[in-house]
Each structure stands twice: as C-alpha cells, then as structure tokens.
Ligand binder design. Structure first.
Ligand code: PLP
Length: 421
C-alpha cells in the first residue's frame, strides 16, 4: 500500500526478476496494450517500424538532458533546430519564426500563455486582471495555465462543434490579452474559424494562439491530399503562436511537442532568466527544467525516417479508415456523427434516447477503449492508418451492445467519464 514504509527493499533484485514482475503487474491489472487496435482512446501509432526507430533514437540519447545542451550536448541544439525547422515549414511559418521543443501539449500551451502574458505586459498592459478568451472545447490545459498565472479564462460555449466567433468577440474586454482557437479541438475534432479569430485579434491587438496539439502533424498532410480543411496555421496572418504535438500524430515517443512563434523577437517574453543564485545564471525557454533529450532525438529520427511523403501516406490511410468507420456507423440506429470532423479524431453522440454511457461501458467491457464526450453524451475515437481493420469488428460489437442497452441487459454503472487519470 502506498504510504507504508516497508516497501523499499533493503537489498536490490536482479533485472530479469524485476522485468518479469513488471510484466506480470501489467497483465494482472489488465493494462491496455498501447498499440492494440482496440485502443481508440490514446494511441497514435505510425506502425512497428516507426515506433522502433523512435525508441532506438530515444535510447541513444536517454541519458542526456536538453537543459545542458549548450554546454554538454551541443549536438542536441542542431538536432532540435532541425525538428523545429521542419515543424515551422510544415505549418507555413514565415521567415523569422522560431520554436521550442517542450515535453508535451500542456507544456506548449503553458508556454504560449506565459509568452502572450509577458508580451501584453510589455507592449499593451491591461488595466485589470488579464483575460484569455477561448471556445468551451479548447483543451483543459488553458485553464490550468490561467490558474497558474493568475489570469481569468473565459470559456465561450461552442456552436455546432466550433468556436462561436461572434460570441467570443462579444466577450472581449480591455483586459483580453489572448484569444485561442483549436485546429482541431479535442472533444469533436473540428477546426475553428482561425481566419475570423485572426481578424478579431487584429482589431483588438490581442495574441492569437492556435492549439494544434492533435491536428498539427495531421492536418497539413490532409490539406496536401486535397481534403477540405479551413486555414489554420501561420498562413493566417494574425496567428502569433501554435502548439503541435510530436508525440501524437507526429508518431514519436511520449514527451515531445513544439511551441512555435511567428516572430523570434517574441522569445524574449518566453524565456525565464534568474541570476541571484549561488550557481550562477539559470536560463530556460521552457516551463520544465530538465528535458529528455531522447524525445528530441526520437522526433528527429522519426520525422526524417517518414519524411513528408511518409506522413502523407499514413494520413491518407487514416482518412480512408475514418471514411469507412463513419459510413459503417451511419448504418447504426441511435448513433450520430458529431459534425464534420477534419482530422483523424471523430466523435459520435447518441440520439433517440440511447444511453451512451451504457454503450461505452458495454464496449469497454468487451475490450474496446474509446474516449468519452459528456455534452452531448457520446464517445470519441482516435484513428490511425491501420484502423480500417477494426471497422467491421467494431460495427458488429457496437450493434450488439446497443441491442443489449436497449433491452436493459447493459446499464451504465460506473459513471466513468474521465479524460485522464
Ligand atoms: C487539443 C489538445 N491540446 C492539448 C493537449 C494536451 O496535450 P498533452 O496531453 O500532451 O499535455 C491535448 C491532449 O490530448 C489536446 O487534445
């Protein structure tokens, strides 16, 4: 039991024994296998070869720490610069743009909010408490950022699964320092009208952040394939910063995202500098201190292994799987696709009184893990290039689960509607 003082072994144990115990614990607890085709909740999978390259590169640099790159590991500077340069190019950033590799989407978002706040303090101080305006479906980490930085977050209800730009415009005050759009948002997978949000920001001299944590490494390839995706990146003039996760559809191991800035002059608002300290100057461009170098080497390796063409092929296969899933589930009474999602994440709501919590529990009991939506009640799926293979079994299973929910054989019991832990 955690909290007991009797668990730290006085003598060490051998690795083979420990490895076996770790494996046994996984099995005993019924952990989901991350790359299971039934893991539709939290798996971004570019295939076994891509994963292996990521892990091998990660292992090569696993002892190194990016915080010491300028003194101990200078190669990491250029490796990281390559990753940022590729991401900037992919997202149509202009000359003079820059970026930072972070440990994940939440850190990228915290960093963007901090940068915008410092930019506002320096260039257009507000009379009251700073505010950020965001659509209600923007990621929860913006609220975490606001809480940490003493900012008010104003979440404006979405309309038809998208940011309601007019309602966001109505919410702007003299204290607004930042407006947020998603490309795409997590709950339903829609890209907001970033162009309209850009005009709003221009009018009010306010920072525009586009959260592309899920879509950043997917949508550019969908656009290239001719899929209809509204303009969402730095090609929209007033986008100041973007977050895009390498460890999602970038298919790299966990612990890597990028936060990109249109103008490298704004880096001055991002960095943390502290010198009144016994060990000298402490300078970081991130929220984290130590950063896993392995994640950066892995991102570099995976991006160079796949190339633009490799990503495009994975996105093409994912979009084909998405079409088959959408068409298959369109035949099921009681389910309705939420809007017209732009990327590889799709969500379905219940109609005609179908209890979607019970449906999700029935699917979970049968080994299918999906995400959840509560307003409206439904489920969410993150699809990958291989997801075409699960369309039929998923359809069969959900058809049978829905019959059981309707007959009362399955009722919602656990009320588990959580995103994470
Ligand atoms: C749209 C969006 N933004 C940000 C995040 C946060 O990313 P992370 O979990 O890597 O911190 C997520 C996570 O799913 C997300 O979907």
């Amino acid at each position: 039991m955690i909290g007991s003082n009797s668990r730290f072994p006085s003598q060490g144990r051998d690795w083979p024994e420990l490895a076996e115990e770790l494996q046994q614990r996984r099995q005993a607890q019924g952990d989901m296998t991350w790359d299971s085709l039934r893991n539709l909740k939290a798996s971004y999978n570019g295939g076994a070869e891509v994963s292996k390259i990521g892990w091998d590169a990660y292992t090569m640099f696993s002892g190194d720490n990016l915080i010491y790159s300028s003194t101990l590991y200078p190669s990491l500077e250029s490796i990281g610069d390559d990753v940022i340069a590729m991401a900037l190019e992919m997202l149509n950033a202009p000359e003079g743009a820059t970026g930072t590799i972070t440990t994940g989407g939440t850190e990228s978002i915290l960093l963007a909010v901090r940068t915008a706040l410092n930019w506002a303090r320096a260039t257009r101080p507000v009379p009251g408490k700073a505010e950020i305006i965001l659509p209600s479906n923007a990621h929860a980490s913006f609220t975490k950022a606001a809480e940490l930085m003493g900012i008010t977050d104003i979440r404006v209800p979405i309309r038809n699964y998208h940011a309601d730009v007019q309602a966001m415009a109505d919410a702007v005050t003299e204290n607004t320092i930042m407006i947020v759009g998603s490309a795409h948002a997590y709950p339903f997978g829609h890209v907001d009208d970033i162009t309209a949000l850009g005009s709003l920001c221009e009018k009010h001299n306010t920072w525009l952040h586009v959260d592309s944590c899920v879509g950043g490494f997917f949508l550019p390839f969908a656009v290239d394939l001719g899929h209809p995706v509204p303009s969402f990146d730095f090609s929209v003039a007033n986008v100041c910063s973007m977050s895009a996760d390498l460890h999602k559809y970038g298919y790299t191991p966990r612990g890597a995202s990028v936060m990109l800035l249109r103008d490298q002059a704004w880096s001055q608002y991002q960095g943390f500098h502290f010198s009144a300290w016994e060990t000298g100057v402490f300078n970081t461009q991130t929220i984290s201190g130590s950063r896993p170098a392995g994640a950066i080497a892995a991102a570099w390796a995976v991006m160079n292994f796949l190339g633009f063409d490799g990503y495009r092929k994975l996105v093409e296969a994912t979009l084909a799987a998405k079409d088959s899933m959408v068409n298959a589930l369109a035949t099921v009474d009681g389910l309705e696709l939420c809007g017209t999602p732009h990327g590889g994440l799709i969500a379905f709501r219940g109609v005609d009184g179908l209890d979607m919590f019970a449906v999700r529990e029935g699917m979970t009991a049968n080994g299918w893990q999906t995400g959840v939506t509560v307003d409206p009640p439904g489920f969410q799926m993150i699809l990958n290039a291989h997801s075409g293979a699960i369309v039929e079994p998923f359809l069969d299973e959900i058809t049978s689960v829905i019959e059981q929910v309707r007959s009362g054989a399955i009722i919602a019991a656990s009320g588990d509607i959580s995103y994470g832990v």
